[in-house]
Design a protein around this ligand. Structure first.
Ligand SMILES: NC(=O)c1ccc[n+]([C@@H]2O[C@H](COP(=O)([O-])OP(=O)(O)OC[C@H]3O[C@@H](n4cnc5c(N)ncnc54)[C@H](OP(=O)(O)O)[C@@H]3O)[C@@H](O)[C@H]2O)c1
Length: 284
């Protein structure tokens, strides 16, 4: 089975590349320098040249603030780009995997399963929901994977939540984190392994929530990092309306992996995975 990973030098893409390589799949990875998915011809020629059976689309503009500031770019990459990738995969008979987000939900209940109706609150969530729809329209052989609050080794130059928090903690800054927005922190290695499982087991096409088990507020997530790292740092919980960002975000975007649970596939708790990540990064 030949697998193509687009967005291969991102946080999730780099772990997917390692995991598929380690299990003797024929794998190709393309980064932004190789293909710009917002250009239809680019996406088509890259996919047609490699001729994979599976295309995993991890390429996205993920930064919520940037998406809010530049909605045109958000929809160009996260939505139209998704369409171009899915369509090009369809023309060669390949399955497409689109990575989506908990931010497609409005957070007005405590948790969300695949059966709940999305209702995004911001540009990022809207552009990803449009990406889900366009992926489905372009290619019936699709998996839509929704996940949340990723941390992993392939973090970009701005780092991920864990590395940014550690930088602040080490500098002695007082850290303020919202304690009323809840999510499920998820380790990219666990996510990548589960995506591989879904493909290998040929589970039915459709939407799958994949997160580590359990949930936390961003404050709770931060406190666990400081505790595991044994750093003497002050972390203060604040309410959303006291935080500086004016962007609407879901208060509860905890995803329940209902469709995976039905197949008896489960992931470790986020605390277990966080400890593993810190160990693998040689931080504890
Ligand atoms: N990070 C999270 O907490 C989170 C949570 C829920 C869902 N997700 C979803 O999970 C997926 C992977 O996220 P991640 O954290 O691994 O993101 P990431 O580290 O930012 O990786 C995304 C990659 O996409 C590339 N890219 C951006 N625009 C592109 C374009 N026009 N053509 C080709 N490549 C492009 C980026 O390249 P540059 O760096 O050069 O721009 C980057 O390497 C995304 O679909 C995201 O929406 C992420």
């Amino acid at each position: 089975m030949k697998v193509l990973i687009i967005g291969a030098d991102g946080q999730l893409g780099s772990d997917l590349l390692k995991i598929f390589k380690s299990s003797q799949n024929e794998v190709a990875g393309l980064s932004r320098g190789d293909v710009d998915i917002s250009r239809s011809a680019d996406a088509e020629s890259a996919i047609k040249k490699i001729k994979p059976q599976i295309v995993i689309n991890c390429a996205a503009i993920v930064d919520t603030e940037r998406n809010e500031l530049f909605p045109e770019e958000a929809f160009l990459v996260n939505s139209l780009g998704a369409f171009y990738v899915a369509k090009a995969a369809q023309t060669i008979g390949a399955t497409v995997v689109y990575i989506s987000t908990d931010y497609v939900f409005d957070g007005l209940k405590k948790y969300f399963t695949e059966k709940d109706t999305p209702n995004p609150l911001n540009v990022y969530g809207s552009s990803k929901l449009a990406g889900e729809y366009l992926t489905k329209i372009a290619n019936p052989k699709n998996y839509i994977i929704r996940t949340s609050a990723l941390f992993g080794k392939g973090k970009g130059p701005k780092g991920n939540f864990v590395s940014r928090l550690l930088d602040k903690a080490r500098s002695g800054m007082e850290i303020k984190m919202v304690n009323d927005q809840f999510t499920s922190p998820t380790y990219t290695v666990d996510l990548a392994k589960t995506i591989q499982k879904i493909i290998r087991k040929k589970l039915p096409y459709g939407v799958y929530h994949i997160t580590n088990q359990g949930s936390a507020s961003w404050y709770g997530f931060g406190k666990e990092i400081i505790k595991l790292m044994k750093i003497n740092s002050k972390i203060v919980g604040i309410k959303t309306d006291m935080s500086s960002s004016g962007i609407k975000r879901p208060m509860y975007s905890v995803l329940i992996n209902h469709n995976l649970n039905q197949k008896k596939i489960s992931l470790p708790s986020w605390q277990n995975s966080l400890a593993r990540y810190l160990k693998e990064e040689d931080l504890i």
